[in-house]
Design a protein around this ligand. Sequence first.
Ligand SMILES: Nc1ncnc2c1ncn2[C@@H]1O[C@H](COP(=O)(O)OP(=O)(O)O)[C@@H](O)[C@H]1O
Ligand SMILES: CSC[C@H]1O[C@H](OP(=O)(O)O)[C@H](O)[C@@H]1O
Length: 402
Amino acid sequence: MSDYQTFTADDARLFALTHGDTFRDSDQLEAEEFGDGNLNLVFRVKNQQGRSLIVKQALPYARCVGESWPLTIDRARIEAEVLLRHGRICPQHTVQVLHYDAALAAIVMEDLGQWDILRGALVAGKQFPKLASQMAHYLAHTLFHTSDFVLNGLQKKTEVARFLNPELCLITEDLFFTDPYCNHERNSIHQAILPQARELWHDEALQAEVARLKADFLSKPQALLHGDVHSGSIFVSAEQCKVIDAEFGFYGPVGFDVGSLLGNLLLSYAGQFGLQEDAAAREQQQRYLLGQIETLWQDFASEFSQLMQTQTKESSFANSRYQSFYLQQVLADSIGYAGCELIRRTVGLAHVADLEQIRNEQLRARCERFALALGRQLILQRHGLTTIQQLLTLVQHLPIPA
Ligand SMILES: Nc1ncnc2c1ncn2[C@@H]1O[C@H](COP(=O)(O)OP(=O)(O)O)[C@@H](O)[C@H]1O
Ligand SMILES: CSC[C@H]1O[C@H](OP(=O)(O)O)[C@H](O)[C@@H]1O
């Protein structure tokens, strides 16, 4: 940590100039910090011809809270190494890392600023027809190729050790699985839904199922996860999408990555009741979101099955009955983790624009109650929802609370 110093815009400019071959010494470079995430500094460095790079630096604390929440800067290594690993497996959907400096905890990467961040685009009512099939491809390939289907025991354990990431995992363990189910000071709960939040704190049946999901998060190193596939971590255009921000990566349950994205599509669905006043437009956007959820699972399941059938290296796992069982269990896990994401984004520390941008407070409260009710049903019913169509039916029939 001795060489570490927090970057100014000028430091970021020099860092981008020195690393990678995007810029020339003669370039007039401008740099500005524009990060809006919870944890890190993010700078854009650009020359006068319009070429640009992103410099991301981990702070020794969580940006959204300040120095009172110290946090390892090793998260920059995890982020760079996960993105490099996933980038080798699926370059078309992973942001390109150009350089990583361990002492400065800083990464140089390609600038995706010409595309939209998925969350904001969905809030604005935009649609991206190829999103789900491309994300299904990214998830199936990155997760399969880092799993026991491909790695032998020695390789796998080396990888698990390299990506232990205890401090960032602890944040997820707390924010996803602990805080929303008790009266924790980190929670952020709008007054109007306090009664529904309190119900969570006394719902033993729900807490038991969340405990099972948390235990799996702690002890099921199935594959190298991105660890935080939310719609703020996906850049998207009409033709393409790419994932950023992998600092929560570790070896965990495959369903956590799939479920995080499912949960974020459902958060967008819930927010539509408050964001879109025109009923026809709202229904159309919600139909789009449900279609994307269906495609996400169908394409993921079909690509993952294909990979299991054709590229499994460990003979025990070549068994087709085992492979069906594995996929069924990934679906149940994904639905459960999607439920956790819905709940933690509604009453936990880190909220999302899909709900926060609803200006009418009463309407927002109704959407939040919907998100909580849906999250609860997904967690409780996940083992009974054996097809994605059953999940879609549940969503469509869930009453919109008063
Ligand atoms: N490769 C990139 N291209 C363009 N903008 C980026 C890139 N990476 C990050 N950003 C911008 O910085 C913001 C914060 O980045 P993120 O990786 O989510 O930081 P944090 O780890 O603090 O959450 C993003 O919302 C986006 O606006
Ligand atoms: C104190 S971290 C809260 C929250 O923020 C992370 O997301 P991001 O870095 O993309 O802003 C992650 O989802 C954490 O749970």
